[in-house]
Design a protein. Sequence first.
Lengths: 103, 594
Amino acid sequence: MFKNKLGQRAVRLHKTGPQVMQEIHACIGCNECLLACPALSEPLTIDVLNRETLGGPISRPVAQFARACYQCGACVAPCPVGLHRDAMMMWLKVRLLRAGWGE
Amino acid sequence: MRKENTAGTIDRADIVIVGNGIAGLTAAVEARRFEPEKRIVIMTSQSHPTINTPALKQFAIGKITREQLLAYPPGTERLQRIHVVNTLVEEIHAQEGYIRLAGGQGFGYQKLLLATGSHPLGLPPDLPGQDFDGVLTLHRLHDYLDLRRRLNEVEEAVVIGGGSHAIETVMGLLYWGIRVHWLIRSETFLPRMLDRYASALVLEGARRAGAKVYTKTEVVGIVGRVGVVAGVVTTDQRMLPCQLVLVCTGTSPVATLARHCDIPMKHEKGILVDDHLRTSVRNIYAAGDVAALRDPLTGTYAPRAQWYAAVQQGRVAAAVMTGGADPERFGVSWHATRLGDLSMLTVGSPLASSDEVTPLVDRRRGSYRRLSLIDDRLVGYLSLGPASPDGLAIKRIIDEGLSVREITRDLLRGEFDARKYFSSKRSYAVQRMVTTGQMPTPLPPVPGIVAGERVAAPRVSARAQSLPPAPLQRTTEALPPQPSPEPPVRPLHAGSRSSASQQQSFPETDSLRKQLGAQPTLVGAEQNAAPAAGGTQEEEVELVVRVPERQFIAPPIKPREVKTDALPNPHPSRSLWHYTSKQPAVKGKGNVQK
């Protein structure tokens, strides 16, 4: 989170919350995005990632992954249904920050 | 552990769901969210928990493990107190409100959701040789487990079927290094969704990837040697040697329960349901592959056998059964998949043909896009190409009935930037819903200019309500509260459509629009885009921009001013930069250094 001309902690999102939710519901769980991810260091299943992006408590591995994600966008091209994992990860980062895990 | 056989202990539940596919489980989980106390039971004859069925192709070729197939994290059912009963439901007694299970015992329900899914059509039952070992109909987890075990021993395989399931299977086998013969009964691929050119493009892609494609070819019989498949004989008298025959000939809904219901339940191809997934029998709902929904464009009932449709229907079913929330609207169908190295996206009905529909086609550099337009509204979108555009955004455009006049060219070229577009639209649809109290109509009832007026009128009133009240209130403070501001506004608007003064302001708004188009779409943080002004200025800009649109004078398409003379985006939809034309991080750094 950086300070920009908007002043306090403004966040840039690729997509709004409802859009991200819709995309997660459309996710078929094929795992292609995680296979392409250069930042993923430990095995993580897509069902857990999806559920925790949607809501509820965020577990440690998912939080670690969300912090490791540097939004390179490598996950977007391989998605067979044309979804945007980067936007979902950004949303997860926001949720993390709101929960006070960001520091 | 996950499945408790509790059929003997409980004999009724508030919500009973038949089938634990994704529609069933989604409905159960959602229903639990609305109703923390009610008793929710899933009846299933499936021996495994809910899995991501589209990911089975990745599973078959060893890209993911079995654990990664789970659609919900392990233990979700127990955590949500959803009982899963492993049994077969045989009959519905709707008059008394109970179902009869395989053992003969009854089980009462308050609301019943049928999510029994579909079964594969397979080969015709009288086809000789179809019971040889090595003939697999791919549908369930077990079929894919079987396939996965066999892959190492197979050199040549025959795939039968002409749908996206078939091509995904073909590509998977090729990935594994198996020679593939692909038999398609019809002349083209996916004849109901793709036109001839698009189908040729897909088949060409499959050939390039190494598959041998036989169109207008069917199987006459399967040849075996000592009980194992040795080859396939086709209609053109050819014998294709192979060790594996994979059947992907489509599915049909499992509507047996609709037949075994004491009150006749309407079903044709699937169980007919309305927009709230209610069947023709009270308190019985259907969702997933088994539910035949009405297509908003054609008016015919057909099941939507797709993953996203099933998830959506599960959610709606839960909302309707519990009454916990307003169910979302389904809108038009959306289907996206990867066909080899091509991404295919179909939204709505791109092949719709009538005299009102204008098709637009773009065939450039090995990709293909087809738009179906009625007036300035999109009714169907088809895209085939290396990258797929933002399909859900396009679905939203169709569902909300937004005008695509300004983005037609981008859509046609596959360069549509959803973020840019929606950030300029922002709360327009919501505003309209609030002010008119109506959901957006997917299609104008009467196509033509009239449709424009119908949409435009409330939009003006929305503006009028949100902007001018401040000065107005000050002058009329003593007066009784204003009646609705619509009457004074509407005639004014109608007159202004042709008035000269309004047209005078046109170039100015146009230049503003141009400015806005060239601007990066992110709010704020751009040098000239009003750092501190945030709210107010943005409002103003929005207001100005809408003016030409609401007037419905000749289209402001103008001589191609969309030409953002900035660099063309080198990676359409490949990366982050698809959404932003500037790189935020770099920008911020520069500021800090100063």
